[in-house]
Design a binder for this molecule. Sequence first.
Ligand SMILES: CC(C)(COP(=O)(O)OP(=O)(O)OC[C@H]1O[C@@H](n2cnc3c(N)ncnc32)[C@H](O)[C@@H]1OP(=O)(O)O)[C@@H](O)C(=O)NCCC(=O)NCCS
Length: 175
Amino acid sequence: MKLAVTPLRPEHAPRVHAWENHPDVLRWLLHDGVTLDEVAARAASPPTPQPAEVIHHVIERADVPVGYLALSAHPPPPCAWGSFELFVGPEHQGEGVGREALARVPGLLRDWRGLEVIRIGVFEDNHRAVALYKELGYAVTERCWFPKGGAERRGLLMSNNPDAFARRPIGFRSR
Ligand SMILES: CC(C)(COP(=O)(O)OP(=O)(O)OC[C@H]1O[C@@H](n2cnc3c(N)ncnc32)[C@H](O)[C@@H]1OP(=O)(O)O)[C@@H](O)C(=O)NCCC(=O)NCCS
């Protein structure tokens, strides 16, 4: 399967908004939901300023949108690193889209900003995502708590270069 990863356009906003707030997607994301205006702004505005710059993409398969991928760039310390947020539309999950999109992330971050080190946060009970990340070479660097829905949930920080982040928390409470 060949996926296209292209900048988010305004016409994608309603679909991405619906996916992002769908219970089967939202429960695994580190935020508590987004408005349509917020999603539309991602397509309309230039990348946000430092310290964290973000670019937003739609993932398409045969010209049909099937998922969303945001890339972010973070300055030192301890080194410049990239991160991403990925979700596949519930109706397209389990078809290999996530695996292929994840395989594209290192090249996209390298081409965008020359970023080689990647760090991601994931809920510990997101077994599908954690297994996929491990398969693709990410290892757990830290166990932490992420705020979610007014409570805290167990989370993991993972990296493709664990040595870069040994004992370097990024603001989430460690556990
Ligand atoms: C996690 C996610 C990105 C994976 O994408 P996907 O396109 O559904 O996954 P793929 O089809 O590429 O499958 C990847 C692996 O996930 C597992 N998987 C796929 N479908 C599954 C299902 N229905 N149930 C359990 N595991 C499943 C399999 O282990 C699969 O590996 P395999 O190909 O060896 O069988 C996607 O499910 C998703 O968007 N989930 C909700 C949001 C989310 O969790 N994002 C990540 C937050 S950190």
